[in-house]
Design a protein around this ligand. Structure first.
Ligand SMILES: Cc1cc2nc3c(=O)[nH]c(=O)nc-3n(C[C@H](O)[C@H](O)[C@H](O)COP(=O)(O)O)c2cc1C
Length: 316
């Protein structure tokens, strides 16, 4: 029987397969131990960590929408001290690669959190959530300003030799401009997409269904948008691209890999089935076997198109 090779590396980080669990949808990896064998996941990405604990936004902060959900958690998290004390020992004990996701309200905070985690040597890589309000620029999201996104990458790059993955927001006009900017500053990879801005209104009360009025839309509803953004970025940079957005089953994941993502992340689907990442990893391997592909790597970027330039460029 043909064995399919599923493992791969980004810099110093080695992953057993291409299926990761997305930040904010799998806690700190220790909450689903009776529901899924975490050692069969390609990488676990932690909930975004800030320096101090954060309570997040008031409820309601999650609402279901057609084909997805809107969340406005507000980056609630336990903060670096508790993370290092309570979560890092477990994460260090598992075989799966661990990626710490970092959120912050200032450039200094991004740097300080990364330095603390780096000193504890408790993970294999970092994903930087730039979709956070910058308190020094009136709450404008870092990730929608290309200069600030580049600056974060420049500041963080010298602090670690571990993979530095910048997680891009789709809520910009040209996501490839952001990908190129962080590539130029030495990012090892980009991941996308974070949630799209969404809104839902209760017509009985005429009130927004979540406390912050707008929030982040995720789930199957955003998959075609996510795939088009991944396609755009794959055609714009030479660093690895990690794709996510509405992936619910193996075929969804395959769409991203064929388009050129080297790995994918599962977010909202974890809420329906915490074991979905392992099922999707098995499904990718089965597809490769059926198609006599001996290494998942040979599938990446095999998209057959008649046009060589990106759709976005062809519109200009
Ligand atoms: C409830 C919830 C919480 C999230 N929290 C975070 C977070 O803390 N940091 C982050 O970078 N992304 C966060 N995300 C975004 C996801 O990691 C992912 O980028 C997004 O949901 C798109 O993927 P999906 O459609 O598979 O969920 C969150 C998403 C959801 C649904």
């Amino acid at each position: 029987m043909m064995e399919v090779r599923t493992d791969f590396s980004i810099g110093t980080m080695h992953c057993r397969n291409r299926v990761w669990v997305a930040s904010g949808t799998f806690g700190y990896g220790d909450e689903c131990l009776d529901l899924v064998d975490v050692n069969r996941i390609g990488a676990i990405i932690t909930k975004s960590l800030s320096m101090k604990p954060r309570d997040g936004n008031p409820p309601p902060r999650i609402v279901e929408t057609p084909g997805g959900m809107i969340n406005s958690i507000g980056l609630a998290n336990i903060g670096v001290d508790r993370f290092l004390e309570e979560k890092a020992p477990f994460l260090r004990s598992i075989e799966t690669s661990v990626i710490v996701n970092i959120a912050a309200s200032t450039l200094e905070e991004y740097r300080a959190v990364l330095e603390r985690i780096e000193a504890a040597d408790c993970c294999d890589g970092y994903e930087i959530n730039v979709s956070c309000p910058n308190v020094k620029e009136g709450g404008l999201s870092f990730g929608t300003n290309v200069r600030m996104t580049a600056e974060i990458t420049r500041e963080l790059r010298p602090i670690t030799d571990k993979p530095l993955i910048i997680k891009l927001t789709p809520n910009v006009t040209s996501v490839s401009e952001f990908a190129r900017a962080v590539e130029n500053e030495g990012a090892d990879a980009v991941s996308l997409i974070n949630t799209l801005v969404g809104m839902s209104v209760d017509v009985k009360t005429r009130r927004p269904k979540i406390s912050t009025t707008t929030g982040g839309l995720s789930g199957p509803a955003i998959r075609p948008v996510a795939l088009a953004k991944v396609y755009e970025v794959v055609n714009s940079v030479s660093i690895p691209v990690i794709g996510m957005g509405g992936i619910m089953c193996p075929d969804d994941a395959l769409e991203f890999l064929i388009t050129g993502a080297v790995a994918i992340e599962i977010g909202t689907a974890n809420y329906i089935n915490p074991g979905i990442a392992v099922e999707i990893a098995d499904g990718i391997a089965a597809y490769c076997k059926d198609n006599e592909i001996s290494d998942v790597n040979d599938l990446i970027g095999t998209l057959q198109t008649d046009q060589t330039i990106s759709v976005v460029k062809s519109w200009l």
